[in-house]
Write a protein that binds this ligand. Structure first.
Ligand code: NAD
Length: 350
């Protein structure tokens, strides 16, 4: 597997997206967002996704340069139609506007619909965190094909419906949660297939509803399981609530759209910490709280406690130095695309 530095990977991703029709701004938003996911260790949402996004542009499912419209708003709320633009770009603009509203109103929320995949969800709450605010985001996949079976079922009826919350603190590693409500993100199954690896039991069931460690069974009619193993009803419940916020509140609805077009509905909310208590005190106490958690003696077999977001930060520091390992199947796809767009020499692909 090649090991590639983050800046080269970003250059490759952005050049391919531009060649596929994205504007400079869109290409940068998507490529940086994907490579940030790789840096954080979420390879399932990294550069591996760019060939899929290009396929969706070719199919007309993603519309480069799509205009962005507000269909309803108040001083604290906004409903945004992404007109099938790149989710990374549309959703970041939606969060930026929500933060601006919260600067005046202290609390603001938005819904976004008709946009493509938003990638690593943490990217958006982290924008609020940088402004001294608490950011919350949830996302579903609109009425695109479902992949998670509700607890007790064998057929997919839910998306992987992630939740992310980021809070400001004095810590070096940002304190944020970023998780799918399925046992894992769907991209991790695709990654295991690309890497020819088995997956742990409890991630998927096959088409007959049997537990399996073969990731290939997922594409043969299997389904992801909700978060929580034998207590998966809690993951299932969280996923259902995310669907209500992102599918029903946005007006996208539930179920599957026959065209199969990917449609990341999003609900995001921002709270200005200073409206509740002095930001400086809050940031200090969150850092103390994280240290308090970490001081717990490790349980058997554990290397110790990590607070939410810490694992990603550690990986990011390592990968910024060591580069990012890219599975051969993904690298080959990127090479094919550079050949298709005659960018091989410019991007130093041999
Ligand atoms: N856009 C979408 O449609 C979509 C859908 C699903 C998932 N995703 C993204 O996929 C990515 C992966 O999600 P996931 O649920 O598979 O990730 P995951 O299972 O790695 O869980 C990540 C969360 O758990 C925390 N964590 C991980 N290891 C830990 C440890 N040892 N101790 C304490 N905390 C720990 C992390 O800090 C993070 O908050 C996320 O970025 C998510 O936003 C996106």
């Amino acid at each position: 597997m090649p090991i590639v530095q983050a800046d080269r990977l970003t250059r490759i991703g952005a050049a391919l997206l531009r060649a596929a029709g994205a504007s400079d701004e869109e290409a940068k938003a998507v490529a940086v967002g994907c490579v940030n996911a790789n840096l954080a260790g979420h390879d399932s949402h990294g550069i591996i996704a760019i060939p899929t996004y290009i396929d969706r542009v070719k199919a007309g499912h993603i519309v480069p340069g799509a205009k962005w419209t507000i269909v309803q708003e108040s001083p604290t709320t906004t409903v945004i139609d992404g007109h099938w633009g790149f989710g990374f770009h549309v959703n970041a603009k939606a969060m930026a506007l929500t933060i601006e509203k919260a600067k005046t109103a202290n609390v603001a929320a938005c819904t976004v619909f008709r946009q493509s995949h938003v990638g690593r969800l943490a990217a958006y709450p982290l924008m609020a965190m940088q402004e001294g605010m608490i950011g919350i985001a949830t996302a579903d996949s609109g009425r695109s094909p479902k992949i998670v079976a509700p607890f007790g079922g064998r057929e997919a009826r839910l998306g992987t419906n992630p939740i992310s919350i980021a809070v400001p603190s004095d810590l070096d590693a940002p304190f944020y949660l970023d998780m799918a409500t399925s046992a894992v993100a769907a991209g991790k199954i695709a990654l295991a297939v690309s890497r020819n690896e088995e997956i742990p039991k409890g991630w998927i069931v096959d088409a007959e509803g049997r537990h399996t460690t073969d990731p290939g069974e997922y594409k043969k009619g299997g389904a992801l399981l909700p978060l929580g193993g034998s207590e998966g009803y809690k993951g299932s419940g969280l996923a259902a609530m995310v669907e209500v916020l992102c599918g029903l509140l946005t007006g996208l609805g539930f179920g599957v759209e026959p065209t199969g077009r990917h449609n990341d509905g999003c609900f995001m909310a921002v709270f200005n910490v200073a409206a509740f208590r002095p930001l400086k005190d809050f940031k200090k106490e969150v850092a103390e709280f994280a240290r308090y958690l970490k001081e717990t003696p490790p349980s058997e077999g554990s290397t110790g406690v990590f607070y939410p977001g810490e694992v990603e930060y550690i990986r990011e520091q390592q990968r910024k130095l060591s580069g990012i390992e890219i599975e051969d199947a993904t690298w080959d796809k990127l090479r094919e695309l550079t050949a298709e767009y005659q960018l091989g020499a410019e991007l130093d692909f041999r």
